[in-house]
Write a protein that binds this ligand. Structure first.
Ligand code: NOJ
Length: 728
């Protein structure tokens, strides 16, 4: 449709029809089973007639069901405006990829794009038009269960991966054209804004930060996704400077729309319009509706303050109907961009659905990407990869567990995942180097029998692999924890096995989890493999790493604390006026703890490989750079091992004297480089004036002339000597 046709359509709509477009409810309401409809419908108090105007549907998939709902809806909707299906396809649809935090560890934009493409192919065939992904909330607190949905603690890395995901979902540079790209879906960036900064890591909790920090650290990730053409944005549950995002006019109108140039659809998070009452900024539903529509929240998800009250406040003149029209037009435009007016069924196709869902090619991509997301945290005495000829035992509650998809794998089916046990057995074939514990216990209860069996296995094996971790439900929404160690009975299992293993048996821990953990209880394992929740092909991917078929290349995108008291601990922090000096550790008046180091156990950017890389000094093409006159910083990286490998080379910069205190190091670029055994390569970066701009106290983005330290390093801790350069 042309814009004038959309306008004409809008002009034919009654006020109730318009308000209906601004409401989203779940698919239960459209179910053909009476009990599913009456349950939620009676709770929400939504009538049959009102349902005919509801503009979008949440959380239905399946080609047949979406087709049925759309057909019924189109028949009964007076102006035949198609409905639109949205859902949470977060890290895969039916083929589940590693959780986003694991994807963050891949530092691989191609992998992020591929994950999104595969997800879009499966989701669109199953009827989804919009996915509520990517989640770009910058995260610094692993107590928060939702860190699993983010790609980590760095604005640049988050932004690059988010942009890649948007491109993968949408298949083009913007949402227009999605009508032709029917095997793609529209992307909805969330949660705007700063949801990741919930105080104390407690979900839904208050966020309080300066607008400068918001702009400097938290907004760039969302911005990168918007610049990549994301069609939609979702509001966050939290307050920003005391005002809940969903009703925060300054945040949504001045920052998101004006400053960041977003003109697509803004949807509330689940129930967030009505939550303005609980937040204490709206006296009742009417006020919640008024504040939200004034803030520019176009769609209210799963409460009906708009449906119940907008009419009255438009009619009594306290809200201008133009605001409603503006929101409806954005929704009509999205439907039009998706091509729904021409073809309300878009990509829905039963045959394609059954062909692409969980097909071999998708499984293969999931396996490869999981392999690139698994971080080797520790590998003493070259315990890994497992030696040929040794006897390997496998035990622990995740050894044979299918529950390795991750908490946000909505359409994923746990039984379809490959367990570590099955993958290792497949590799073992009839060779007989593997023994698997019969009884492994469950993550919260490794009983005595499981411990005794693991101990016996350790006594007669060369290596024992303990598959440990958190239950999936300990991650995701409303799953904050104050203790982020492994569950107690798993720690007991580990100690019993460690004691039995003595010197003759190596202990390898493979971790399945949603968040950075405190790993002090297992710190003396011979090897630690952070597998995260690796998805459908998880077992294969872990086995590939253990057996050396895949050389680990992943790097942490979020720091692992030594203990909970250190949190938040993140790499791009400020120096303080009294920075800790490792040469005078006993000096009292420094910024430090009396009982723990300032450094994390495993820092941002860290991860081991089976190869060994050695870095030469940083070389710069000039000691000065200026706008339009970038300098080149380079380093020689040698693979000093006999194993080909992939190294993620990282460029960090520190602004020595700025208008505000700047991070002691900040990632400016990175390159993933394959380096053959024995080979040396020169890795080059360009440092431009634009790279050192930051948000000033007046919220403008600019650089200041002066000195900068430049490092090229394997992670944010082992920086080596800096090159000092000046911006002139
Ligand atoms: C609530 C979650 O916060 C959000 O991430 C999700 O997209 C919506 N529910 C819809 O399921």
């Amino acid at each position: 449709m042309q814009q004038n046709q959309l306008e004409q359509l809008l002009s034919q709509m009654t006020l109730d029809e318009k308000i209906g477009q601004l409401t989203q409810v779940t698919g239960d309401f459209f179910s053909d089973k009476a009990e599913e409809r009456t349950g939620p419908m009676s709770q929400l108090g939504l009538g049959d007639e009102e349902l005919l105007n509801v503009g979008t549907v949440l959380g239905v998939t399946g080609a047949a069901e979406c087709r049925r709902i759309q057909t019924e809806y189109m028949k009964r909707n007076r102006l035949h405006i198609p409905t639109l299906f949205m859902g949470d396809v977060i890290h895969g649809c039916r083929t589940i990829f590693p959780i986003p935090l694991a994807l963050g560890s891949s530092w691989n934009e191609d992998a992020a794009r591929k994950m999104a493409e595969v997800s879009a192919r499966e989701a669109s065939a199953a009827g989804i038009d919009v996915t509520f992904s990517p989640m770009v909330d910058l995260v610094r607190d692993p107590r928060w269960g939702r860190v699993l949905e983010s790609t980590g603690e760095d604005p640049l890395l988050n932004g690059r991966l988010a942009a890649a995901m948007v491109k993968g979902y949408q298949g083009g540079d913007d949402a227009e054209g999605l009508g032709e790209r029917t095997d793609h879906v529209a992307a909805c960036v969330k949660h705007f804004a700063a949801y990741g900064a919930a105080m104390g890591g407690r979900d839904y909790n208050t966020v309080d930060m300066s607008e400068r920090v918001l702009h400097d650290m938290y907004l760039p990730g969302y911005k990168a996704a918007l610049d990549a053409g994301a069609a939609m944005v979702m509001t966050s549950f939290n307050t920003v400077d005391g005002i809940p995002s969903t009703g925060n006019k300054h945040l949504m109108r001045d920052i998101l729309r004006e400053e960041m140039g977003f003109d697509g659809v803004l949807i509330s998070d689940f129930g967030a319009v009505k939550e303005l009452i609980a937040h204490g900024v709206a006296a009742d539903e009417t006020e919640a509706a008024k504040l939200s529509i004034e803030a520019g929240t176009d769609i209210e998800m799963m409460t009906i303050c708009y449906m119940r009250h907008l009419r009255e406040i438009v009619e009594n003149g306290s809200v201008d109907e133009a605001l409603i029209d503006e929101a409806v037009m954005r929704i009509l435009k999205l439907k039009n961009d998706l091509g729904l007016f021409e073809n309300p069924y878009r990509g829905v196709d039963e045959e394609t659905e059954s062909k692409v869902t969980l097909c071999d090619a998708h499984r293969q991509s999931a396996r490869e990407i999981a392999g690139e997301s698994i971080v080797l945290l520790r590998n003493e005495r070259k315990t890994l990869p497992l030696d040929e000829g040794g006897h390997v035992a496998l035990a622990g509650p995740f050894a044979a567990s299918h529950d390795i998809l991750g908490a946000w794998s909505w359409k994923g089916v746990c039984e379809e995942s490959v367990t570590l046990r099955d993958a290792l057995r497949e590799a073992d074939g009839s060779e007989g180097w593997l023994s698997v514990a019969q009884h492994t216990g469950n993550p919260l209860d490794v009983d005595e029998a499981a411990v005794a069996e693991a101990v016996e296995l350790a006594k007669r094996s060369d290596v024992i692999v303990l598959a440990l971790g958190e239950p999936q439900e300990w991650g995701g929404e409303a799953a904050s924890r104050s203790n982020i160690s492994l569950p107690k009975t798993q720690i007991d299992l580990y100690h019993a096995v460690r004691d039995a293993a003595g010197d003759h048996c190596r202990v390898v821990v493979v971790l399945f989890n949603s968040r950075p953990l405190v790993l002090s209880d297992i710190a003396d394992a011979d090897a630690i493999v952070e597998a995260w929740f690796p998805g459908t092909e998880g077992g294969h991917a872990v086995a590939d790493i253990l057996l050396g078929g895949v050389n680990p290349s992943a790097r942490l995108s979020m720091s692992f604390p030594v203990n909970v008291g250190q949190i938040p601990v993140f790499y791009n922090c400020e120096n303080t006026g009294r920075p800790f000096n490792p040469e005078t550790p006993d000096e009292k008046y420094q910024s430090k703890y009396l009982d723990v180091s300032n450094d994390p156990a495993y820092p941002f950017g860290y991860g081991l490989s089976y190869s060994e890389f050695s870095y030469g000094p940083v070389a710069v093409s000039s000691n000065e750079f200026a706008a339009g006159k970038p300098l080149e910083a380079s380093v020689e990286v040698a693979n000093v091992s006999d194993v080909d490998g992939l190294e993620t080379v990282q460029l960090y910069v520190r602004d020595i004297a700025a208008r505000v205190s700047r991070p002691i190091r900040q990632l400016k670029d990175f390159k993933r480089v394959r380096i053959a055994a024995g080979e040396t390569v020169t890795v080059r970066f360009t440092l431009d004036e634009a790279d050192v701009r930051y948000v000033h106290p007046d919220l403008t983005e600019a650089s200041d002339p002066g000195e900068f330290d430049v490092w090229i390093a394997p992670n944010s801790r082992d920086l080596g000597a800096a090159a000092r350069v000046s911006l002139i």
